[in-house]
Design a binder for this molecule. Structure first.
Ligand code: UDP
Length: 364
């Protein structure tokens, strides 16, 4: 009998990191695949032509109310899963969808396969609520697929048995390399061009206004820099940005605000950028892969390898280290040796194949 693996996702990064894994496992005759999307970020996923994946969409909206989202999700998920044979639930990352579906799996004794396991800041409030989610999903999961060895070490420290942890790289990079229309080339880079993405709760709940203040001061004193900023669809981010730019509407700063971009458009802006300022996990990984000058707008990051390899630097969530770090990058270039180490860690586009082979070996 075929083994059923039910994938659950809801947000843009989950989709990007699962798409190639699902593609591989769908073509594997040992498995039957079910795909359930929660609806958590349907607005952002609309831009992805391939995002439907024949999934069952629960259409649960988040509306910035996580408690309601989780409870509504559990009810809808139960109605679907009751009617299905599910041998494994496969989740990726640290979102509300991942946490809620893992909790459901735990309560119903369905084993969980967790991709991107072992990322840690060890501060339960940063990022909030993701660090709490991922720590707890690790307690529940049966198979832990870590991106790098540092994730594996973190899990072992928490008492997870090493024979349940597998280092598989990052299938988000498989998606990047498959769809990267413009090829990875330094030639496309435009000097002094900055790309910004911001969406974390820490920013929304406090630091975004200070971040914008620091960015404005930087752009006033360094007018040769220009910014592209695809603004996340979260209305709290949108409103804070509008408020922060109300006071001097005529001021001519070179900031181009954009709607959330579809993946291929985003890649074009990514190719063009010399600097990347982001609080996103996926954008950090992609930026380091492409050798961009990466400024992480957070107080801490769980991507510890990126810091260790000097492929990115923290500028704090309020951007207070922006000046210093750009000065550093003006004098120091990124070591290509380290970029190559990171590319190896990420699996160079073969992570989904590795996961397919691994699951065939350990589950069948
Ligand atoms: N991304 C995109 N369009 C955008 C901004 C980001 O397609 O306008 C992609 C980006 O390439 C990366 C992913 O979205 O793969 C990151 O998602 P997000 O920042 O929402 O979540 P995180 O990675 O922080 O969980």
């Amino acid at each position: 009998m075929m083994i059923n693996i039910t994938f659950v996702f809801g947000t843009r990064p989950e989709f990007i990191k699962l798409a190639k894994v699902i593609e591989k496992l769908k073509n594997n005759r040992k498995f039957s695949i079910t795909i359930i999307s929660s609806g958590q970020q349907d607005d952002l996923l609309k831009a992805f032509k391939d995002s439907k994946l024949n999934s069952i969409n629960l259409k649960i909206k988040k509306f910035n109310n996580t408690e309601m989202f989780i409870s509504n999700f559990l009810v809808a998920f139960d109605m679907i899963l009751k009617k299905k044979k599910v041998d494994y639930l496969f989740v990726q990352g640290d979102t509300s969808t991942v946490y809620a579906s893992s909790l459901y799996g735990f309560l119903n004794k369905i084993p969980i396969i967790h991709l991107e396991a072992g990322l840690r800041t060890n501060d339960i409030h940063k990022p909030f609520p993701e660090e709490f989610y991922r720590q707890n999903v690790s307690k529940i999961a049966s198979i832990h697929l870590a991106q790098t060895n540092s994730g594996k070490r973190n899990l072992i420290k928490e008492g997870i048995k090493s024979n349940k942890i597998f280092v598989v790289g990052n299938p988000g990079i498989d998606y990047l390399l498959d769809g990267y229309t413009t090829k990875i080339s330094k030639k496309l880079e435009s000097k002094n061009n900055i790309l910004i993405t911001m969406h974390r709760r820490e920013a929304i709940d406090g630091s975004l206004r200070k971040f914008i203040y620091n960015l404005k001061v930087f752009l006033r004193t360094n007018p040769e820099y220009s910014v592209n900023w695809p603004v996340h669809s979260n209305p709290n981010i949108l409103n804070q940005i509008k408020e922060s730019f109300k006071s001097k509407p005529k001021e001519k700063l070179k900031i181009n605000f954009l709607k959330p971009l579809d993946y291929f458009e985003f890649n074009k802006y990514l190719s063009k950028a010399e600097y990347l300022i982001t609080d996103s996990g996926g954008v950090q990984e992609e930026g380091a892969y492409l050798g961009k000058k990466l400024l992480i707008a957070r107080d801490v990051t769980e991507r510890e390898d990126i810091i260790r390899l000097k492929l990115g630097m923290l500028i704090k969530a309020d951007g207070s280290k922006l000046f210093d770090r750009i000065q550093y990058y003006k004098k120091n270039s990124i070591d290509l040796k380290n970029t190559n180490i990171w590319r190896n860690y990420q699996g160079r586009g073969k992570s989904s194949l590795k996961i397919n082979n691994l699951l065939t070996k350990i589950l069948c």
